[in-house]
Design a protein around this ligand. Structure first.
Ligand code: BG6
Length: 484
């Protein structure tokens, strides 16, 4: 099967924070891959805008280096890199002042999609939005892309939404959560809503529990100051894990369209139950043989911020009442792996005089690495020796069957940027969704702050604190292994 890449409309994309980490690591290498696949029109412009006093050639040299350092397979396409870089420009800009704005205005073309990526501190969202309007650069059809963190609690998120709303309609605002752009997350929706098999089983009659794990091996060194003010709850749970939980738990939307999907996600967030203190485990990593401890990385010897969190929550609606949702995420764990697991209930009665082992159907959705979806099925072990049962995974991604279509899998950022140009908000968070997520998160953080909760330490390279294992054991369940 041949991959079908359809070029997007002609566009001008301005990246504020164009010399920053995200632009160099993700946005520009991603755009280069879309360029190589033929999705980026040859007339489109990408304009970096930042404080640094560079010219366009200097910027192109910087991005050439960035692609060399952070790019993947596309690095070998050096011949095409020149053509891509020729589509780049740069404007030094003063976000809080007047410098650079008329230069930017001159570079922008009429009659093409205009998108502005705010890859900057949230305190600059307001000033940027204001100047884009004052200089007539942004119009009613322009789009803006904003990054997390979107606030640090309900009040600040509400304020940010209000600031953006002064200048842009909700249909113009694209709040990125890059987990929604991951290939398997899309496939999860296809598997759930494109097949008749799962819907009848997708409820508290058949599902025992659901686990969501996002484990990382990296520490917080290099961004300790930011992280120490956030912790795993604000950095990962409030956004990435909650988004995954929404997609797994939401009712089928009437169509795969932005507001239909987001309405359903919002209902899930609003139905999330408060988490009991004994259902939350927070942790901090200790030093490893060659790595620093969390407190050293954060440069805060008295820090009580969590680099790991595990919790058990429930969703109070007809579909999910009584089904525990276990979530955990942390840094410096045994392996980098992100996985959602739907564990189905035991058979009510087994007709096989088996080994006494409980056989479960388990649907696992692996986001990374080795992305894929498989369904654990119980079958007869082939060959002689009587009726012996064995559990085997059924691969639902069919990489082999689809041949070369799987070769051009877009990374989350590039997919989401192309969606911005297409004007498709399905994979972006709506303002009310973000606020609802904070409304659920805030009391949990306030709770442990008031209790002076001290995070448990855990070993670098482990699965987190012992108490996190106990969280499941107490319920007679166990976490899936953290393995690459
Ligand atoms: C970011 C967090 O949003 O996601 C980081 O701020 C985290 O702390 C990262 O490391 C994980 O993303 P990914 O795509 O590597 O799983």
């Amino acid at each position: 099967m041949v991959s079908r890449v359809i070029p997007v409309e002609d566009f001008d994309l301005v990246i504020f924070g164009g010399t920053g980490d995200l632009a160099r690591r993700k946005i520009l290498p991603g755009l280069f891959r879309r360029f190589l696949s033929g999705q980026m029109p040859s007339t489109s412009r990408v304009i970096g805008a930042a404080r640094s006093d560079l010219d366009s050639d200097g910027y192109r040299a910087m991005i050439r280096e960035a692609i060399d350092e952070f790019g993947g397979d596309e690095k070998s396409e050096t011949a095409k890199l020149d053509a891509f870089l020729a589509q780049l420009d740069y404007v030094p800009i003063d976000a809080m002042g007047t410098g650079g704005w008329s230069d930017l205005s001159k570079l922008m073309r009429d009659g093409v999609v205009k998108a502005f990526y705010f890859s900057v501190a949230p305190s600059l969202f307001g000033p940027l939005a204001e100047r884009l309007h004052d200089h007539g650069i942004a119009g009613p059809d322009s789009r803006i892309v904003v990054e997390k963190p979107f606030g640090r609690d309900l009040a600040s998120a509400h304020e940010l939404n209000a600031t953006l709303a002064e200048h842009f309609d909700e249909r113009q605002i694209y709040r990125i959560d890059h987990y929604l752009g991951k290939e398997t997350v899309q496939n999860l929706m296809a598997v759930r809503f494109g097949n008749v098999l799962f819907e009848p089983l997708w409820n508290n009659h058949y599902v025992d529990h659901i686990q969501i794990t996002v484990a990382e091996t990296v520490g917080v060194g290099g961004r300790g100051a930011y992280y120490d003010r956030s912790g795993a709850m604000r950095d990962m749970v409030q956004n990435h894990l909650m988004q995954l939980l929404c997609l797994i738990a939401m009712e089928p939307p009437s169509e795969f369209e932005a507001d239909a999907v987001r309405d359903e996600k919002l209902k899930v967030i609003r139905a999330l139950q408060p988490v009991e203190p004994h259902h939350i485990v927070r942790g901090q990593y200790q030093a490893g043989p060659e790595t620093a401890s969390y407190r050293e990385d954060a440069e805060n010897e008295r820090s009580f911020t969590e680099s790991f969190i595990a919790m058990r929550t429930e969703i109070a609606n007809w579909r999910w009442a009584g089904v525990p949702f276990y979530m955990r995420t942390g840094k410096r764990l045994r392996a980098r792996t992100s996985e959602i697991t739907v564990v189905f209930k035991d058979l009510g009665h087994s007709i096989f005089k088996d080994d006494g082992v409980a056989h479960h159907n388990i649907l696992s959705i692996r986001l990374q690495p080795n992305e894929g979806i498989d369904l654990q099925m119980t079958i007869k072990e082939p060959g002689p020796g009587g009726m012996r049962l064995v559990d085997v995974p059924l691969d639902l991604t069919f990489a082999e069957a689809l041949g070369d279509t799987v070769e051009d899998v877009a990374d989350a950022y590039e997919r989401l940027i192309m969606d911005v140009i297409r004007g498709n908000q399905t994979l972006f968070m709506r303002g009310d969704e973000v606020e609802a997520a904070w409304a659920w998160t805030d009391p949990l953080i306030e709770g442990w702050t008031a209790r002076n909760d001290v995070p448990k330490t855990y070993e670098t390279g482990s699965a987190g604190p012992e108490d996190a294992l106990m969280l499941m054991h107490r319920d007679g369940r166990r976490w899936r292994d953290i393995k690459a």
